[in-house]
Structure formats: structure tokens, C-alpha cells
Design a protein around this ligand. Structure first.
Ligand code: MD6
Ligand code: FE
Length: 199
């Protein structure tokens, strides 16, 4: 795993925040349901890109449309495509960008990003707004974990062996950033979903 602290400066964070807000007007945040349908998540979600990650009572999957509006997801902002190119050195485009929105009490359970068809492609995430306590373990749920605080502008790359490590967000720290109006946190996760083109 790679952590790139402060990869985005304040100007870049503000520009990205504004792009994401414009995009969320088109593809509004919704509250996802866990498979089975009994529980909702405390994190609200949306996506951009040709594909978006979804969870509802039917399970986890990628879909080309917003579950509530029925419209295709908006395009991934150029700045995010460029960031991923810079950070990974890989030319092929990410197909999905999951947008996670955390409020003061939101958390995200320990999970592996494993609904993609190609685990050779790294997953890149960007954090904006309040700090989060990010926990990362290993290949099994039992593996010891370590925790780190992610701040606005930090980038995390899960690649190689770490691509399939368990990770989650235990809590956010309200009041640690003024980037987002009303506080909270955004995390943007860029993924390749289908097999990455070689060469
Ligand atoms: C979050 N991040 O930071 C949740 N997944 O809110 C993730 O689940 C994640 O940061 C894959 C790669 C990087 C990540
Ligand atoms: Fe993840």
C-alpha cells in the first residue's frame, strides 16, 4: 500500500470539491442498502464514470446507471484521470469512481474491493474534508491491522499484494477541515472494473 500525504494542495482540493459538487447535482448521493436489505449504510454514495459501484438488497455490483434517477453516471473529472495516471504510471483509464460521503457519525466496515474483474490494476483513493481513521489489515479478516489518519488531499494506492487487503474507516474527526461546507468527508475511489488493456 502507498500513502501519498498531501498529494493535492489546497487549490487542487478546492477545484476537485467544486467539480464533485457539480457532479452530485446530476447524480445525487443516495443511501445504499446492504445485501439482504435489512441494513442501510451510514455512508452515502454516488459514482462517476462509465460504471458505478452499487449495493442494494440484491447485492454488490457495478451498473451503468444511477439506481434512483436511472440516468447514466456523469464522466470522471479530468483532474482525477490525470491524478491516477500520475500516481500509477498506467495509461489505461479508470472505469469507475465511487464517491463516498461521510457525515459526523459515518463509518465503513472492513472490506476488500473485490467486485472488479481485474485485480492487477491498482485502486487509487483521494480524501477531501475531515480527517478519517483508516484501518488496513491484510489478506484475511484475522490479519492484524494498523490505523492511520487520512487528511484532506491525501491519496491512498492499493496495488500489488495490498490490492486485496482488508481496509475500512472506523470514524471521522468532525471539525478537522473547513473544505466541505457543513463538515464531513468525501472519499473518491478510482477503479478499473473490466480487464485492463495490456501494453
Ligand atoms: C475511504 N476507502 O477512505 C474508504 N478502497 O473512505 C476505501 O475503501 C479504499 O481508500 C480501496 C482503495 C483505497 C481506499
Ligand atoms: Fe475500499
Amino acid at each position: 500500500m502507498r500513502l501519498l500525504p498531501g498529494h493535492l494542495d489546497l487549490a487542487a482540493q478546492r477545484a476537485l470539491r467544486d467539480r464533485i459538487h457539480a457532479l452530485l447535482a446530476e447524480a445525487p448521493l443516495y443511501r445504499p442498502t446492504m445485501p439482504g436489505g435489512d441494513k442501510t449504510m451510514s455512508v452515502r454514495m454516488s459514482n462517476c464514470g462509465p460504471l458505478g459501484w452499487l449495493t442494494d438488497r440484491a447485492g454488490y455490483r457495478y451498473a451503468d446507471r444511477h439506481p434512483e434517477t436511472g440516468r447514466p453516471w456523469p464522466a470522471i473529472p479530468d483532474a482525477l484521470i490525470a491524478l491516477r495516471d500520475t500516481v500509477t504510471g498506467l495509461p489505461y483509464r479508470p472505469e469507475a469512481c465511487l464517491i463516498n460521503r461521510y457525515d459526523a457519525g459515518s463509518r465503513l466496515g472492513l472490506h476488500v474491493d473485490q467486485d472488479e474483474g481485474d485485480f492487477s490494476a491498482p485502486v487509487v483513493s483521494v480524501s477531501l474534508g475531515d480527517q478519517a481513521l483508516f484501518r488496513v489489515g491484510g489478506a484475511t479478516r484475522k490479519h492484524p491491522t494498523r490505523s492511520l489518519r487520512l487528511s484532506s488531499g491525501d491519496v491512498v494506492v492499493l496495488e500489488g499484494e495490498s490490492r486485496l487487503w482488508f481496509h475500512g474507516v472506523d470514524r471521522i474527526y468532525p471539525g478537522t477541515s473547513t473544505l466541505l461546507e457543513g463538515g464531513g468527508r468525501l472519499n473518491l475511489t478510482l477503479r478499473r472494473v473490466t480487464t485492463a488493456p495490456s501494453g
